[in-house]
Design a protein around this ligand. Structure first.
Ligand code: UGB
Length: 598
């Protein structure tokens, strides 16, 4: 009470609100005015931030926390009364007629889309010290995730413009959700690389704030153990992206500009743009309000399962059930085997990969009702079975894929499943944890993330008629992976399968030890036989035909010791490095017609 005099009227109101919400312990033992006044002012400034960055403010946060903590203590099952079943969705097979039709429809829509990358997570599981979007997606070219995402977006939007015969309306917006952990480094990565070719005005960074930690079942806010004048905070989860987009005014701006779609994606999935055009085509064709791109999921794989939940009272929804909840839910509802593979070798529940496509109109309508608040959860680690005390403070969390939970049953919520190799190879696990993944399940590591890119590109070229050697099996950082020819191309060479097909002709062959890097847009691969490394650089106005026989000692993959600290961290987490022994590199820097036929 006596310290209220050092606060402004607004600050004093905040302090009173805390007392009313039974948070008096935060001010306990505060010295008299005149001692630590600056610290007390900075404490109340933090309270103001926590209050303004949470929809409904701290009062709402504390109330929800009390309810969820009581449910957790009572052991209430969030799926009580719901029965799971396998939902039906659109199943795509890469390269077939249907896929090509959807790709074409999707490309048309890109100029009506906004791209939203959630990149506020630090990636504790990966244990990498930098920001994840700065990691090389593959080490053949060293292109980082963010560069690939931006270049793919630019090229898709250019292709969309071409389809509209140049009558395109806008530069597609590209939003990155950051957090205190990633914001400054993300901005620096963009600025030091001239936004990877995108206009800086096209890119918007939205920073999510952390939320207050909870010390006990009464939702008393936790004091930072290192500073009595600070409330301890932790990340609230990627679900924040919805309220941030809403409160920033961007959604309304986009709607006024005539946009129709918002695409969400994660920080380390190098494959995702291979399936985005087709998935967007599915959204447009089926008029889905929510379309979740998914992949066949191995039982027990650490990704959620897309599930239809039907309640005895008639409620029904198609929603992600997190991997730790799927098995108990199935066992509790007459599926004694729990989370198990079916005859296909995969779980019947498609794997959630958090690549969501939302239709903007219905999305804004919903958010106008909810303010972007996503159903939260709490996951306290209790000291013992009495559930009266926590091992360490907890907090409310939310996930972006839980957005459909508040939708009315009439909302069109669907999903699109692609081939297992096409759309998902995230870099999430450190080498030690990846090596412990059950045999046959994806590792989700830097090793598998990179090798999956070579596999997908090789498979795509195969589908386009190129003869590519089978892969060899190798073990890096304790993980057995298939090593395919290292085929890499820039998005400006191809962003759809139709692009690839139009740039490959005749009889082409690539051996397993080969590396093929295509960095020009107008490069035609025709009657090429490659046994070594070939790199083609060209400006947009150079038309280059690449053929003939190229043979050299090439670039080899060498296994390395992950504990060899002489090597950079981004190499060690892969367990291999590329030895650049011998190669042929051709650069065509002036407009014209060229032919390479050694
Ligand atoms: N992220 C944020 O931007 N802010 C945050 O506060 C937290 C994360 P994780 P997660 O697709 O593989 C999800 O940590 O949440 C960003 C699904 O829940 O890598 O453990 C972060 O930067 C799960 O169902 O994943 O698991 C990153 O870009 C499954 O689909 C993204 O959010 C799994 O992803 C994901 O964060 C998956």
């Amino acid at each position: 009470q006596k310290n209220l005099s050092i606060f402004s009227p607004d600050e004093a109101e905040l302090a009173k609100m805390l007392i009313e919400m039974e948070q008096g312990h935060l001010f306990e033992d505060w010295p008299d005015p005149g001692v630590d006044d600056d610290e007390k002012i900075s404490f109340i400034a933090q309270v103001a931030l926590l209050n303004s960055s949470y929809p409904g403010g701290l009062t709402s946060y504390i109330k929800t926390a009390r309810e969820l903590l009581a449910d957790s203590k009572a052991g209430k099952n969030p799926f009580d009364g719901f029965k799971p079943s396998v939902p039906s969705g659109e199943i795509l097979t890469f390269g077939d007629e249907n896929f090509i039709k959807y790709e074409e429809a999707g490309v048309k829509q890109v100029q009506n889309a906004a791209f939203v990358l959630v990149a506020g997570g630090l990636g504790e599981r990966l244990g990498y010290n930098g920001i994840k979007v700065a990691l090389p997606m593959e080490t053949t070219t060293g292109t980082c995730f963010l560069q690939h995402y931006i270049e793919s977006t630019l090229c898709l939007s250019e292709a969309s413009c071409k389809q509209a015969q140049g009558k395109c309306i806008r530069d597609v917006p590209f939003v990155i959700m950051t957090s205190d952990d990633t914001h400054a480094r993300t901005l620096q990565l963009l600025e030091s690389n001239s936004y990877f070719g995108m206009k800086s005005t096209q890119v918007k960074l939205l920073k999510q704030e952390k939320v207050a930690c909870l010390a006990d079942n009464d939702a008393r806010l936790a004091v930072d153990p290192k500073n009595r004048y600070r409330i301890q905070t932790k990340p609230h989860g990627h679900g924040d992206v919805h309220s941030l987009l809403y409160s920033s005014g961007l959604l309304k701006e986009w709607k006024d500009a005539g946009l129709r779609w918002v695409l969400f994606f994660q920080d380390t999935n190098g494959l995702l743009f291979k399936a985005i055009p087709a998935a967007l085509g599915v959204s447009a064709t089926k008029e889905y309000h929510v379309n979740s791109l998914s992949v066949p999921r191995k039982a027990k794989e650490a990704i959620g399962g897309i599930t239809r939940l039907t309640h005895a009272d008639g409620r029904e929804m198609v929603i992600n059930v997190e991997y730790n909840q799927l098995d108990p839910l199935l066992r509790a509802t007459s599926h004694p085997d729990g989370d198990a593979n079916c005859e296909t070798g995969y779980s019947p529940y498609p794997g959630n990969i958090n690549q969501l496509i939302l239709e903007l109109g219905p999305y804004i309508d919903e958010l106008s009702k909810t303010g972007g608040v996503i159903k939260e959860f709490v996951n306290p680690k209790y000291k013992d079975s009495t559930k009266t005390a926590f091992k360490s403070s907890t907090r409310l969390e939310c996930m972006m894929q839980d957005y459909p939970k508040t939708l009315s049953p009439s909302a069109r919520v669907g999903f699109t499943v692609t081939d297992p190799w096409l759309a998902y190879a995230p870099v999430k696990n450190n080498p030690e944890d990846a090596a412990k993944v059950p045999k046959g399940n994806p590792y989700h590591s830097a090793t598998s993330g990179e090798t999956a890119i070579y596999r997908a590109n090789s498979m795509i070229l195969r589908k386009a008629g190129v003869k590519i050697d089978d892969p060899v099996s190798e073990v890096f950082n304790g993980q057995e992976v298939e090593v395919w020819s290292r085929v890499v191309w820039k998005p400006k060479w191809a962003v759809t399968f139709a692009d690839v097909k139009s740039k490959v002709s005749g009889n082409n062959f690539v051996s397993q030890k080969s590396t093929l890097v295509i960095k020009g847009s107008n490069v035609i691969i025709q009657d090429l036989s490659l046994d070594g490394t070939l790199i083609i650089n060209s400006v947009d106005d150079a038309e280059v035909k690449v053929g003939g026989s190229v043979k050299n000692n090439g670039w080899t993959i060498e296994s390395i010791d992950k504990d060899n600290t002489a090597l950079p961290e981004e190499v060690r987490i892969r367990g291999f490095k590329i030895n650049k022994t011998e190669w042929l590199e051709k650069s065509y820097n002036k407009p014209g017609k060229y032919s390479l036929n050694p």
